[in-house]
Design a protein around this ligand. Structure first.
Ligand code: HXC
Length: 257
């Protein structure tokens, strides 16, 4: 591919993105985040891809934002750069994003993991927000997404502490869906992604959208939102096919329309 810091590969209907800057433990520079966004958006539009898969090459998922790149930044240069517009667009991707994490998952790397819809982790994965040790704080959603996931007091403990938390703890707290021995992670997580890619894609995406609303909306607003998506699925060919196949006692053939 033409990318400098990532590698891409399609595996059936799963579009894979490999973070590929192993010399610096996949530290995320801005070009790299932009490359990830570009591929995610391409996969999101591509009819042949139904699920997006993100993992890291080398010994880590990602050890954070590139410290060398930001060391000399100032407030005004960052305001003008507006790098987080790319991060905002990552969360507008409609197809499911499955993350597979091993080794270090730190700072901006952890924030990127939290953009994923589901996380699978190797038993060697280590999670932290070490920004505090650099006298800064998470800037790409860490204080918001981690708090919504694990609650205020745990989030404060993690983000003030800056210390590493093992995969088992992240699993117990619900940050990680499933844990695997390191050697099995990619095969298992990719296997899950392939199964998800067989499900009716319109339902899959509208479920993602509705569940995400539950995180942000008051209950009744979320209920209204869910209902609209529920009604919307009844305009799809797949809904007719799914219900007809059930009645005819055969396997449905979903087209994503
Ligand atoms: C730039 C990094 C890096 C980073 C590692 N490297 N993390 N370079 N930015 N975030 C580089 C190291 O400098 C080193 O380069 C090489 O990767 C290997 O790392 P080592 O430190 O030699 O490995 P090890 O001793 O195993 O220690 C691993 C580590 C440590 C504990 C993960 O590298 C570390 O503490 N990294 C920084 C983690 C961090 O603070 N992340 C948060 C960043 S702030 P050389 O050239 O020496 O071989 C952030 C804010 C996000 O993410 C804001 C929104 C985007």
């Amino acid at each position: 591919s033409d990318y400098r810091f990532i590698e891409t590969e399609a595996c059936g209907r799963v579009g894979i993105v490999w973070l590929n800057r192993p010399d610096v433990l996949n530290a995320l520079n801005r070009t790299m985040v932009n490359e990830i966004l570009e591929v995610f958006e391409e996969y999101d539009r591509n009819d042949d891809i139904r699920v997006i898969f993100l993992a890291g090459k080398g010994r880590a998922f990602a050890a954070g934002a590139d410290i060398d790149e930001m060391a000399e930044d100032d407030s005004v240069s960052m305001e003008l750069l507006n790098q987080f517009a790319d991060w905002d667009r990552l969360s507008l991707v409609k197809k499911p994003i499955i993350g597979a994490v091993h080794g270090f998952c730190l700072g901006g790397g952890f924030e990127l993991a939290l953009v994923c819809d589901l996380l699978f982790a190797a038993d060697d994965a280590k999670f932290a927000f070490p920004e505090i040790n650099l006298a800064v704080m998470p800037g790409a959603g860490g204080t918001q997404r981690l708090t919504k996931l694990i609650g205020k007091t745990k989030a404060l403990e993690w983000i003030w502490g800056g210390d590493m938390h093992p995969a088992e703890e992240a699993h117990e707290l619900g940050i990680v869906n499933r844990l695997y021995p390191k050697a099995d992670l990619i095969e298992e997580a990719l296997g899950y992604a392939k199964e998800l890619a067989e499900k009716p894609p319109l339902a899959v995406r509208l479920i993602k959208e509705a569940v995400n609303k539950a995180v942000d909306y008051p209950l009744q607003e979320g209920m209204f939102f869910e209902r609209k998506n529920f009604y919307l699925l009844f305009s799809s060919e797949d809904q007719k096919e799914g219900m007809k196949a059930f009645i005819e006692k055969r396997k449905p053939d979903f087209k994503g329309r």
